[in-house]
Design a protein around this ligand. Structure first.
Ligand code: KG4
Ligand code: ZN
Length: 348
């Protein structure tokens, strides 16, 4: 594609985000308005609140991304937007904003799968090991809603190999943090608590699915709840005595169980598929324990986006749009949201 300046728009969950990216690799502007503090009051994402907040923020966020890039709409070669997977009411806001901009400017609309976007955050690294690694790559995508292992055979070519049978890794972190009385989003809170632990609690079991490389985190969540009940820290009453060292140690043991499971399964599948390298992406890829453990244990090169680009942003959507559409497509005006879209699927 010789056309290269792409605006990326992302509203699939609780971040309203827009970015301008050159050639799929160079960030010109990147604006993320997080709703996390709004949802924190409820201990998790409230879909209706998320959707309404996107409506309030979307124009400001897109205008900020455009003005920071010092470009005009007609300087753009494409408008990439997430159309799935995600929360229906949230996806609708970004998709309609992108369609409106595309219609008004005649800049083509590039539909992007959010999960493929997470993988492309890796192409935004300043110095990129990816240039020295050939396809096929194994992608571990670990977010609030997904834990997928996908084979990437070429740009834009993904095949889902394994996934979680129940909770996603990020969801497990969020639920664990809630049980332990830590804040939302739970992943960074569990990481912080684990880093403060002086000793270790009894290890949690490493969850396995019989005869499969799929993931399952719901049993681990139940073990954590049971431990918290036994230690009288959950359910939390007014007179519950909060032993923060105990919470730190449980957080440490829980994080170890999630990280070991993710790393061991990824390395096993990578070896079975004889891939040339591994990409780790999605919000949970910001976890420092996961990042260091997989680099330490992997015999293959491992590439990850920098932590700030692991969580949802518009730059990764712009990058995915650039690499996916070698030929600029004709805008598909009847494009609809696909909340249950899987990696590797187009759905239309
Ligand atoms: O990719 P993302 O921003 O949104 C979705 O597409 O879901 O991922 C959000 C998830 C949340 O569950 C959050 O707790 C988790 O990523 N997360 C982390 C860390 N930072 C974010 N989990 C573990 N450790 C972190 N440092
Ligand atoms: Zn995401």
């Amino acid at each position: 594609m010789d056309k290269k300046i792409i605006l990326g728009i992302e509203t699939s969950c609780d971040e309203t985000a827009a970015a301008v990216v050159d050639s799929g690799t160079k960030i010109i502007s990147n604006i993320v308005a997080s709703q996390a503090s709004l949802h924190a009051t409820f201990g998790g994402i409230v879909p209706e609140v998320a959707s309404r907040q996107h409506i309030l923020a979307i124009s400001t966020v897109i205008n900020a991304a455009m003005s920071e890039s010092e470009m005009k709409i007609n300087d753009l070669d494409g408008i990439a937007v997430t159309y799935g997977p995600g929360l229906a009411g949230s996806l609708l806001v970004g998709l309609n904003a992108a369609k409106g901009l595309s219609f008004g400017s005649s800049v083509p609309l590039l539909p992007v799968n959010h999960l493929e976007g997470h993988v492309y955050a890796t192409w935004l690294n300043e110095s990129n090991k990816l240039e020295e690694i050939d396809f096929p790559l194994l992608c571990l995508i670990v977010s609030g809603g997904h834990t997928d292992l996908a084979l990437m055979s070429a740009h834009g070519q993904f095949k889902l190999i394994n996934r979680t049978r129940d909770d996603a890794a990020g969801e497990a972190f969020d639920k664990a943090a809630r049980v332990l009385g830590l804040g939302y989003p739970g992943g960074p809170e569990i990481q912080k608590a684990a880093e403060k632990a002086k000793g270790t609690e009894k290890p949690f079991p490493r969850p396995k699915v019989k005869n499969s490389n799929d993931f399952s985190f719901s049993g681990l969540k139940t073990s954590l709840i049971q431990r918290a009940v036994d230690k009288r820290i959950y359910p939390r009453e007014d007179d519950t005595c909060v032993d923060s060292e105990l919470i730190n140690e449980i957080s440490f043991a829980f994080q170890e169980a999630v990280v070991d499971t993710l790393v061991d399964r990824t390395l096993k599948v990578a070896s079975e598929l004889s891939v040339k390298g591994i990409i780790v992406s999605g919000g949970v890829a910001a976890n420092s324990c996961l990042r260091s453990r997989i680099e330490e244990k992997s015999p293959l090169p491992v590439v990850m986006p920098k932590p700030a680009l692991c969580t949802d942003n518009g730059a990764m959507i712009a990058s995915a749009g650039y690499f996916k559409f070698k030929e600029l497509p004709l805008t598909k005006w009847d494009l609809d949201i696909l909340p249950g879209l899987r990696i590797g699927e187009q759905g239309f």
